[in-house]
Design a protein around this ligand. Structure first.
Ligand code: ZN
Length: 241
């Protein structure tokens, strides 16, 4: 089974459309989304509709729950807080209710899906280093967990002795081993590559492939400016930080 995994769309409609078009061309069986559907970008309403239309499973990220009034705005930095308030204003009441009810984790095709971490999913910790990945592997049983939140695509591999990090575009999975894979961000990549990012897990080929998709970054950035959102949210997209 081939499953496309998207995450951290962050209301970037131009990036989301380009990614969904790319996924359409790659013959996948399903698409799932790991959350942070809104926040930062200018088009939360259209993005949310498109995500619900296209994805078999959609998780709640911290920005989604903040926009739905489930997490206090005070947990966010000023710029993120402004964007959460904007998303909350732009979403319909029905959309906010839907966001509030989204699951924080799910199992799909034998993979554990979470937004930030398999460990305390509701606390939204950041897994960037091998020591944090080690804690996540030790916290519960899973073979392959897929996550987002840091906007940095990578794979941690636990061979039973140590945890190693891969940043290759394709990773062959060893059946006996365990993996923690960050699928990167569709709408706000932070690895200095402005192209939208997503991953495909192929359970027959035992592989994870990352895909980078060109999209009209200038248009997304202009929409942010026109919406009156903080300027920095538009300019960071141009450089992928
Ligand atoms: Zn995010």
């Amino acid at each position: 089974m081939r499953v496309a995994i998207i995450s951290d769309v962050h209301a970037n409609l131009d990036a989301l459309r380009a990614v969904l078009d790319d996924i359409d061309r790659r013959a996948v069986d399903a698409c799932v989304c790991l959350g942070d559907n809104v926040g930062y970008g200018a088009e939360p309403r259209a993005c949310l509709d498109l995500i619900f239309e296209s994805c078999k499973s959609v998780l709640a990220g911290n920005h989604d729950l903040a926009a739905a009034g489930q997490i206090a705005d005070s947990r966010f930095a000023t710029i993120a807080r402004d964007a959460v308030a904007y998303s909350r204003r732009m979403l319909t009441r029905e959309q906010r209710s839907k966001l509030a009810l989204l699951p924080k984790e799910e199992t799909f095709a034998d993979c554990l899906l979470v937004h930030a971490s398999p460990t305390n999913p509701a606390d939204y910790p950041y897994i960037r280093q091998a020591d944090a990945a080690r804690d996540a592997f030790d916290s519960r049983a899973f073979k392959l967990a897929l996550y987002g939140h840091t906007h940095l695509p990578l794979v941690f591999h636990d061979d039973g002795e140590r945890v190693t990090l891969s940043m290759k575009p394709r990773v062959e999975l060893i059946r006996a081993d365990r993996y923690l894979c960050n699928v990167g961000s569709v709408g706000q990549p932070r690895d200095q590559d402005p192209r939208a990012c997503y991953a495909i897990h192929d359970s027959s080929a035992h592989s994870i492939e990352f895909h980078r998709v060109e999209y009209d970054v200038e248009a997304a950035s202009s929409r942010i400016r026109a919406a009156g959102l903080p300027e920095q949210l538009g300019t960071r997209l141009l450089v992928g930080v």
